[in-house]
Design a protein around this ligand. Structure first.
Ligand code: FER
Length: 359
Protein backbone atom coordinates (compact mmCIF):
# COMPACT_ATOMS: atom_id res chain seq x y z
CA UNK A 1 0.00 0.00 0.00
CA UNK A 2 1.03 3.60 -0.22
CA UNK A 3 2.46 3.76 3.28
CA UNK A 4 4.84 0.99 2.28
CA UNK A 5 5.75 3.07 -0.75
CA UNK A 6 6.39 6.14 1.38
CA UNK A 7 8.39 4.07 3.86
CA UNK A 8 10.50 2.68 1.08
CA UNK A 9 10.92 6.13 -0.45
CA UNK A 10 11.98 7.48 2.92
CA UNK A 11 14.49 4.69 3.40
CA UNK A 12 15.72 5.05 -0.16
CA UNK A 13 16.06 8.83 0.22
CA UNK A 14 17.88 8.52 3.52
CA UNK A 15 20.24 5.96 2.10
CA UNK A 16 20.86 7.82 -1.13
CA UNK A 17 21.51 11.12 0.63
CA UNK A 18 23.35 9.51 3.49
CA UNK A 19 21.04 11.44 5.79
CA UNK A 20 20.10 9.84 9.07
CA UNK A 21 17.36 12.38 9.51
CA UNK A 22 16.60 14.73 12.37
CA UNK A 23 14.09 13.08 14.68
CA UNK A 24 12.88 16.47 15.89
CA UNK A 25 11.93 17.98 12.54
CA UNK A 26 8.34 18.21 11.35
CA UNK A 27 9.18 16.47 8.11
CA UNK A 28 10.50 13.42 9.88
CA UNK A 29 7.53 13.35 12.19
CA UNK A 30 5.25 13.22 9.20
CA UNK A 31 7.17 10.35 7.72
CA UNK A 32 7.12 8.61 11.07
CA UNK A 33 3.38 8.96 11.22
CA UNK A 34 2.87 7.67 7.72
CA UNK A 35 5.15 4.71 8.09
CA UNK A 36 4.53 3.56 11.65
CA UNK A 37 2.15 0.79 10.62
CA UNK A 38 4.92 -0.54 8.47
CA UNK A 39 7.79 -0.20 10.87
CA UNK A 40 8.86 -3.78 10.33
CA UNK A 41 9.24 -3.10 6.62
CA UNK A 42 11.12 0.12 7.32
CA UNK A 43 13.54 -1.27 9.85
CA UNK A 44 14.07 -4.48 7.88
CA UNK A 45 14.64 -2.40 4.78
CA UNK A 46 17.10 -0.15 6.59
CA UNK A 47 19.24 -3.13 7.38
CA UNK A 48 18.92 -4.84 4.00
CA UNK A 49 20.61 -4.00 0.74
CA UNK A 50 20.05 -0.53 -0.66
CA UNK A 51 19.54 -1.68 -4.20
CA UNK A 52 16.91 -4.26 -3.29
CA UNK A 53 14.61 -1.68 -1.67
CA UNK A 54 15.39 1.11 -4.09
CA UNK A 55 14.50 -0.77 -7.25
CA UNK A 56 11.78 -3.17 -6.18
CA UNK A 57 9.23 -0.96 -4.49
CA UNK A 58 6.45 0.32 -6.69
CA UNK A 59 3.25 1.95 -5.45
CA UNK A 60 0.67 -0.80 -5.02
CA UNK A 61 -2.25 1.56 -5.26
CA UNK A 62 -3.33 2.34 -8.80
CA UNK A 63 -5.84 5.17 -8.68
CA UNK A 64 -8.65 5.18 -11.21
CA UNK A 65 -9.06 8.44 -13.12
CA UNK A 66 -11.35 10.94 -11.48
CA UNK A 67 -13.29 11.88 -14.59
CA UNK A 68 -16.92 12.04 -13.49
CA UNK A 69 -19.14 9.27 -14.76
CA UNK A 70 -22.88 9.03 -14.32
CA UNK A 71 -24.05 6.62 -11.67
CA UNK A 72 -24.83 3.17 -13.05
CA UNK A 73 -28.24 2.76 -11.44
CA UNK A 74 -28.11 -1.01 -11.68
CA UNK A 75 -25.55 -0.66 -8.86
CA UNK A 76 -28.39 0.38 -6.55
CA UNK A 77 -30.56 -2.66 -6.98
CA UNK A 78 -28.88 -5.34 -9.04
CA UNK A 79 -28.47 -8.71 -7.40
CA UNK A 80 -24.83 -9.42 -6.93
CA UNK A 81 -23.36 -12.58 -5.47
CA UNK A 82 -22.87 -11.38 -1.95
CA UNK A 83 -24.48 -8.75 0.20
CA UNK A 84 -22.93 -6.99 3.13
CA UNK A 85 -24.81 -6.42 6.35
CA UNK A 86 -26.02 -3.44 8.34
CA UNK A 87 -25.56 -3.49 12.10
CA UNK A 88 -25.99 -1.05 14.95
CA UNK A 89 -22.97 -0.07 17.02
CA UNK A 90 -23.48 1.63 20.37
CA UNK A 91 -20.81 3.54 22.25
CA UNK A 92 -20.45 5.83 25.20
CA UNK A 93 -19.52 9.46 24.80
CA UNK A 94 -19.35 12.65 26.84
CA UNK A 95 -19.37 16.40 26.42
CA UNK A 96 -15.80 16.57 25.16
CA UNK A 97 -15.80 20.36 24.98
CA UNK A 98 -17.95 21.44 27.94
CA UNK A 99 -16.62 18.76 30.27
CA UNK A 100 -18.46 17.07 33.13
CA UNK A 101 -18.89 13.46 34.20
CA UNK A 102 -22.10 12.66 32.38
CA UNK A 103 -21.87 9.68 30.06
CA UNK A 104 -24.19 9.49 27.04
CA UNK A 105 -24.96 6.50 24.86
CA UNK A 106 -24.97 7.02 21.12
CA UNK A 107 -25.08 4.72 18.11
CA UNK A 108 -23.87 4.42 14.56
CA UNK A 109 -25.26 2.32 11.72
CA UNK A 110 -22.52 0.27 10.17
CA UNK A 111 -22.15 -1.26 6.73
CA UNK A 112 -20.03 -4.42 6.93
CA UNK A 113 -18.91 -5.83 3.59
CA UNK A 114 -19.82 -9.35 2.50
CA UNK A 115 -17.49 -11.87 4.04
CA UNK A 116 -16.73 -9.78 7.11
CA UNK A 117 -16.04 -12.28 9.87
CA UNK A 118 -15.63 -11.02 13.43
CA UNK A 119 -13.57 -14.12 14.26
CA UNK A 120 -11.07 -13.42 11.49
CA UNK A 121 -8.64 -11.06 13.17
CA UNK A 122 -6.13 -11.28 10.30
CA UNK A 123 -8.11 -9.51 7.60
CA UNK A 124 -8.04 -5.72 7.91
CA UNK A 125 -10.51 -3.30 6.38
CA UNK A 126 -10.40 0.31 5.33
CA UNK A 127 -12.90 2.39 7.29
CA UNK A 128 -14.93 5.45 6.38
CA UNK A 129 -16.99 7.49 8.82
CA UNK A 130 -19.87 9.35 7.20
CA UNK A 131 -22.10 12.08 8.67
CA UNK A 132 -25.71 12.91 7.81
CA UNK A 133 -27.17 16.34 7.06
CA UNK A 134 -29.40 18.64 9.12
CA UNK A 135 -32.43 17.01 10.82
CA UNK A 136 -31.34 13.56 9.64
CA UNK A 137 -29.73 10.48 11.08
CA UNK A 138 -27.70 7.42 10.05
CA UNK A 139 -31.04 5.89 8.96
CA UNK A 140 -31.19 8.42 6.10
CA UNK A 141 -28.49 6.31 4.44
CA UNK A 142 -28.94 2.74 5.68
CA UNK A 143 -32.58 2.69 6.90
CA UNK A 144 -31.80 0.53 9.92
CA UNK A 145 -30.16 -2.58 11.27
CA UNK A 146 -30.67 -5.52 8.91
CA UNK A 147 -32.31 -3.29 6.28
CA UNK A 148 -31.61 -2.99 2.56
CA UNK A 149 -30.91 0.43 1.09
CA UNK A 150 -29.56 2.02 -2.05
CA UNK A 151 -26.42 2.98 -0.16
CA UNK A 152 -25.71 -0.57 1.00
CA UNK A 153 -26.43 -1.86 -2.52
CA UNK A 154 -24.04 0.70 -3.95
CA UNK A 155 -21.23 -0.44 -1.61
CA UNK A 156 -22.00 -4.12 -2.35
CA UNK A 157 -21.89 -3.45 -6.09
CA UNK A 158 -18.70 -1.36 -6.04
CA UNK A 159 -16.98 -4.10 -4.05
CA UNK A 160 -18.40 -6.99 -6.09
CA UNK A 161 -17.29 -5.23 -9.30
CA UNK A 162 -13.79 -4.80 -7.96
CA UNK A 163 -14.05 -1.01 -8.04
CA UNK A 164 -13.27 -0.68 -4.35
CA UNK A 165 -11.71 -2.90 -1.76
CA UNK A 166 -14.09 -4.20 0.89
CA UNK A 167 -14.52 -1.41 3.45
CA UNK A 168 -16.42 -0.76 6.65
CA UNK A 169 -18.59 2.34 6.42
CA UNK A 170 -19.79 3.77 9.70
CA UNK A 171 -22.69 6.25 9.58
CA UNK A 172 -22.58 8.57 12.56
CA UNK A 173 -24.57 11.44 14.04
CA UNK A 174 -23.56 14.85 15.35
CA UNK A 175 -26.65 15.19 17.53
CA UNK A 176 -26.00 15.24 21.24
CA UNK A 177 -28.12 15.26 24.39
CA UNK A 178 -26.04 18.04 25.87
CA UNK A 179 -25.99 20.73 23.15
CA UNK A 180 -28.72 21.80 20.75
CA UNK A 181 -26.55 24.04 18.55
CA UNK A 182 -26.16 22.04 15.33
CA UNK A 183 -23.23 24.05 14.03
CA UNK A 184 -21.27 23.65 17.26
CA UNK A 185 -22.07 19.95 17.33
CA UNK A 186 -20.71 19.62 13.78
CA UNK A 187 -17.60 21.69 14.38
CA UNK A 188 -16.84 19.75 17.58
CA UNK A 189 -17.71 16.24 16.44
CA UNK A 190 -14.05 15.42 15.81
CA UNK A 191 -13.46 15.30 19.58
CA UNK A 192 -16.13 12.63 20.03
CA UNK A 193 -14.80 10.84 16.95
CA UNK A 194 -11.26 10.61 18.25
CA UNK A 195 -11.84 10.28 21.98
CA UNK A 196 -14.89 8.03 22.11
CA UNK A 197 -16.06 6.59 18.80
CA UNK A 198 -12.87 5.46 17.04
CA UNK A 199 -11.35 3.79 20.14
CA UNK A 200 -14.55 1.83 20.77
CA UNK A 201 -15.32 1.13 17.11
CA UNK A 202 -11.86 0.14 15.97
CA UNK A 203 -11.38 -2.07 19.03
CA UNK A 204 -14.35 -4.10 17.85
CA UNK A 205 -14.06 -3.96 14.07
CA UNK A 206 -10.99 -5.06 12.17
CA UNK A 207 -9.59 -1.87 10.72
CA UNK A 208 -5.90 -1.22 10.07
CA UNK A 209 -5.42 0.28 13.56
CA UNK A 210 -3.18 -2.18 15.36
CA UNK A 211 -4.27 -0.57 18.58
CA UNK A 212 -6.55 2.34 19.40
CA UNK A 213 -4.03 4.54 21.15
CA UNK A 214 -3.60 7.94 19.45
CA UNK A 215 -0.38 6.52 17.94
CA UNK A 216 -2.16 3.42 16.62
CA UNK A 217 -4.88 5.55 15.07
CA UNK A 218 -2.36 7.91 13.48
CA UNK A 219 -0.30 5.04 12.08
CA UNK A 220 -3.32 3.74 10.14
CA UNK A 221 -4.43 7.14 8.77
CA UNK A 222 -4.10 6.11 5.11
CA UNK A 223 -6.78 3.49 5.71
CA UNK A 224 -9.29 5.90 7.23
CA UNK A 225 -11.71 8.36 5.62
CA UNK A 226 -14.25 10.86 6.84
CA UNK A 227 -17.10 12.23 4.79
CA UNK A 228 -20.54 13.72 5.12
CA UNK A 229 -23.47 15.37 3.41
CA UNK A 230 -24.52 19.02 3.92
CA UNK A 231 -24.05 19.69 7.67
CA UNK A 232 -22.07 16.45 7.47
CA UNK A 233 -19.79 18.17 4.95
CA UNK A 234 -19.41 21.06 7.42
CA UNK A 235 -18.41 18.36 9.94
CA UNK A 236 -15.98 16.88 7.41
CA UNK A 237 -14.14 20.16 6.79
CA UNK A 238 -13.86 20.68 10.56
CA UNK A 239 -12.51 17.14 10.94
CA UNK A 240 -9.98 17.88 8.18
CA UNK A 241 -8.90 21.02 10.09
CA UNK A 242 -8.34 19.12 13.31
CA UNK A 243 -7.58 15.48 12.57
CA UNK A 244 -5.29 15.39 9.57
CA UNK A 245 -2.90 13.35 11.70
CA UNK A 246 -5.41 10.51 12.05
CA UNK A 247 -7.38 10.59 8.79
CA UNK A 248 -5.93 10.90 5.28
CA UNK A 249 -9.05 10.81 3.05
CA UNK A 250 -11.99 13.25 3.07
CA UNK A 251 -15.29 13.32 1.18
CA UNK A 252 -17.31 16.48 1.89
CA UNK A 253 -20.49 16.33 -0.20
CA UNK A 254 -22.82 19.29 -0.78
CA UNK A 255 -21.42 21.53 1.92
CA UNK A 256 -18.67 24.07 2.52
CA UNK A 257 -16.22 24.85 5.29
CA UNK A 258 -17.68 26.99 8.09
CA UNK A 259 -14.41 27.77 9.88
CA UNK A 260 -14.81 31.46 9.05
CA UNK A 261 -18.58 31.50 9.60
CA UNK A 262 -21.72 29.85 8.24
CA UNK A 263 -21.49 29.29 4.45
CA UNK A 264 -18.23 31.27 4.37
CA UNK A 265 -16.98 28.93 1.64
CA UNK A 266 -19.39 30.89 -0.56
CA UNK A 267 -19.11 34.37 0.95
CA UNK A 268 -15.34 34.27 1.66
CA UNK A 269 -13.96 31.56 -0.61
CA UNK A 270 -10.38 32.83 -0.85
CA UNK A 271 -10.04 33.42 2.89
CA UNK A 272 -11.55 29.99 3.59
CA UNK A 273 -9.17 28.29 1.15
CA UNK A 274 -6.19 30.17 2.63
CA UNK A 275 -7.30 29.19 6.11
CA UNK A 276 -7.44 25.51 5.09
CA UNK A 277 -4.00 25.74 3.47
CA UNK A 278 -2.63 27.33 6.63
CA UNK A 279 -4.13 24.50 8.70
CA UNK A 280 -2.22 22.02 6.55
CA UNK A 281 1.02 23.99 6.92
CA UNK A 282 0.58 24.32 10.69
CA UNK A 283 -0.02 20.58 10.99
CA UNK A 284 3.36 19.78 9.43
CA UNK A 285 1.70 17.72 6.73
CA UNK A 286 2.13 18.42 3.04
CA UNK A 287 0.11 17.99 -0.13
CA UNK A 288 1.37 14.40 -0.37
CA UNK A 289 -0.24 13.37 2.89
CA UNK A 290 -4.00 13.78 2.32
CA UNK A 291 -6.71 13.48 -0.32
CA UNK A 292 -9.96 15.41 -0.68
CA UNK A 293 -12.71 14.18 -2.98
CA UNK A 294 -15.45 16.78 -2.75
CA UNK A 295 -18.57 17.28 -4.84
CA UNK A 296 -22.11 18.51 -5.12
CA UNK A 297 -24.97 18.76 -7.58
CA UNK A 298 -25.30 21.47 -10.24
CA UNK A 299 -28.71 22.45 -8.80
CA UNK A 300 -27.64 21.92 -5.23
CA UNK A 301 -28.36 24.74 -2.72
CA UNK A 302 -24.82 24.21 -1.42
CA UNK A 303 -23.22 24.61 -4.87
CA UNK A 304 -22.90 28.42 -4.49
CA UNK A 305 -20.97 27.75 -1.29
CA UNK A 306 -18.87 24.75 -2.18
CA UNK A 307 -17.90 25.52 -5.76
CA UNK A 308 -16.28 28.95 -5.05
CA UNK A 309 -14.40 27.41 -2.11
CA UNK A 310 -13.22 24.50 -4.27
CA UNK A 311 -12.15 26.92 -7.05
CA UNK A 312 -10.23 29.03 -4.51
CA UNK A 313 -8.58 25.94 -3.04
CA UNK A 314 -7.48 24.83 -6.50
CA UNK A 315 -5.58 28.15 -6.83
CA UNK A 316 -3.38 27.24 -3.85
CA UNK A 317 -1.38 24.74 -5.81
CA UNK A 318 1.30 24.10 -3.21
CA UNK A 319 -1.32 22.57 -0.90
CA UNK A 320 -4.35 21.54 -2.94
CA UNK A 321 -3.32 19.92 -6.20
CA UNK A 322 -6.32 19.51 -8.43
CA UNK A 323 -6.01 16.34 -10.43
CA UNK A 324 -7.72 13.83 -12.67
CA UNK A 325 -6.04 11.03 -10.82
CA UNK A 326 -4.95 10.92 -7.17
CA UNK A 327 -1.60 9.60 -8.40
CA UNK A 328 -0.97 13.18 -9.62
CA UNK A 329 -2.58 15.29 -6.90
CA UNK A 330 -4.78 15.38 -3.83
CA UNK A 331 -7.87 17.38 -4.70
CA UNK A 332 -10.89 16.70 -6.90
CA UNK A 333 -14.19 18.56 -7.20
CA UNK A 334 -16.96 16.41 -8.61
CA UNK A 335 -19.97 18.20 -10.09
CA UNK A 336 -23.05 16.06 -10.67
CA UNK A 337 -24.58 18.12 -13.45
CA UNK A 338 -28.29 18.15 -12.62
CA UNK A 339 -28.05 17.01 -9.04
CA UNK A 340 -29.87 18.63 -6.14
CA UNK A 341 -29.20 18.77 -2.41
CA UNK A 342 -30.27 15.18 -1.97
CA UNK A 343 -29.48 11.48 -1.69
CA UNK A 344 -29.03 11.07 -5.42
CA UNK A 345 -26.12 13.51 -5.37
CA UNK A 346 -24.52 11.68 -2.45
CA UNK A 347 -24.89 8.37 -4.30
CA UNK A 348 -23.30 9.90 -7.41
CA UNK A 349 -20.36 11.41 -5.54
CA UNK A 350 -19.80 8.19 -3.57
CA UNK A 351 -20.03 6.09 -6.74
CA UNK A 352 -17.29 8.20 -8.28
CA UNK A 353 -15.23 8.90 -5.17
CA UNK A 354 -15.19 5.70 -3.13
CA UNK A 355 -13.03 3.83 -5.66
CA UNK A 356 -10.39 6.54 -5.15
CA UNK A 357 -10.32 6.37 -1.38
CA UNK A 358 -7.70 4.67 0.82
CA UNK A 359 -4.01 4.07 0.47
C1 FER B 1 -23.96 24.39 2.89
C2 FER B 1 -23.56 23.61 3.95
C3 FER B 1 -24.50 23.12 4.83
C4 FER B 1 -25.31 24.69 2.73
C5 FER B 1 -26.23 24.19 3.60
C6 FER B 1 -25.83 23.41 4.69
C7 FER B 1 -26.90 25.93 1.53
C8 FER B 1 -26.77 22.87 5.65
C9 FER B 1 -27.99 23.33 5.87
C10 FER B 1 -28.89 22.70 6.87
O1 FER B 1 -28.82 21.49 7.09
O2 FER B 1 -29.68 23.43 7.44
O3 FER B 1 -23.07 24.88 2.02
O4 FER B 1 -25.62 25.45 1.64
Amino acid sequence: MKNKFFSAMLVATMLLTGCAGNEESDADNINDQISVSDTTTTSAATESAVTEEAVEIVPERIYPDNAYKALDRTFLSAEVAERGSVVKFTYETKDNVGGGDMVYEKYALVYLPAGYDENDTETRYNVMYFMHGGSDSPEWFLKGEGQKSEFAYLFDSLIANGEMEPAIICFVSYYTEYRSDDTQNCLNFHHELMNDLIPAFESKYHTYAEDVTPEGIRASRLHRAFGGFSMGAVTTWATFENRLDSIAYYMPVSGDCWALGGTAGGSRPTATAEHLAQVVKNSGFTAEDFYIYTGCGGNDIAEPNLRPQADAMAQLTDTFIECDNFADGNFYFCLYENGGHDKNTVLNVMYNGLPKMFG
